[in-house]
Design a protein around this ligand. Sequence first.
Ligand code: S3P
Length: 441
Amino acid sequence: MSHPAASPRSFVAHGPLRGQMTVPGDKSISHRALMFAALAIGTSRIEGLLEGEDVLVTAAALRAMGATIIRHDDGIWEVSGVGVGGLLQPTQALDMGNSGTSTRLLMGLVASHPITVTFVGDASLSARPMGRVIEPLSQMGADITASPGGKLPLMVRGICPAVPISYTLPVASAQVKSAVLLAGLNTPGITRVIEPIATRDHSERMLKGFGATLSVDETNQGRLISITGEAELKPQSIIVPGDPSSAAFFAVAASIIPGSDVLIANVGLNVTRTGLFSALRMMGADITKENPREVGGEPVADLRVRHAPLRAIDVPPDLAPSMIDEYPILFVAAALASGRTVARGAHELRVKESDRIATMAAALTAIGVEIEEFDDGLAITGSGGAMLPGGATIASKLDHRIAMSMAVAGLVAQASVTIDDVAPVATSFPSFFETLDALAG
Ligand code: S3P
């Protein structure tokens, strides 16, 4: 999928954010709902699916491999699956756009099917490392030819039957974990993944919901996840909760803009995803949880966030897996706190949609924030609540979360902050600007 022409947009300080908002469906859960439904026998129904570009890429790829996927006018999606083992040979290369999750999880699915698939993507995705999935999927017998450095474009020649493996994750990555589990779905015997550091567990929860035989055991090596292959998945009715990673931008915006009071409805609060809210609370943020409930097997609540003075913290590195996508917006919160926030132990940020350490260091420096860059994080000297100087154009590097984070920074800047291209925001949060405008009144 090619991105539309660059679309710049400017932001500058204005009044408080007030009112109620909802966030779109969780991106991680939306990808998985489509993929598992595409492997079930029968028709699944999905409510609240994120209709962002990344998820639409997954839908298009699954259609190209035989699934029937329909969106009804009321926003409900219906997926008629092909059954585990039933994916068809696509006639063309699959274009993954900007989406790492689509690429890595679908590589896992293809690896144990007797089909050959070429994956291509945009400039950002084509710079990201795929070796981390190539390694275990090759051990299972798939034949993968990648571009130099283990990058896209790459070709996966799947194998059936594949060989079950027991794989210890060398990096804390839910995408790698899920790729191996998905390959295991069509592999005879039991495929095992050991994760020394727990990462988001949506695949495990949802695969069980679809009827897979999957167990999770705590061992002294970490979480051991075992999936029994040649599974038969049963169609499901799924409600996708709101994405905490999208809520994060508004939780920080409301915290740092004086006078703000925002209710963010329907936020997924799976503990493997809530590190940012914990960090913000440690900084003194005023975030309360209202109406806690369960939606689609995931904990959900409404979050009320009111402006509060923030103070610097040393961000505990063990929060990293549960807030890995939230560091860019945490850095913006830190830029408004009193004192010097240090966030380290997040080396993975170097290989996201952009190098989020370097990109945020450059962006915040450009708008007048004092930054020290480490190989695995940043130290940020906050303004103590004073407005930031601003007055710069930010290179967002095809990274939706950089664009949204720096838009929020613009809301507390004296001189306008221009994002060079906000088009990538549509990958995960197409209604971001509308929501912002509605709250800004
Ligand atoms: C995701 C896992 C994380 C996260 C990404 C979504 C997922 O990536 O950054 O946005 O849905 O499994 P890693 O597995 O690379 O940490």
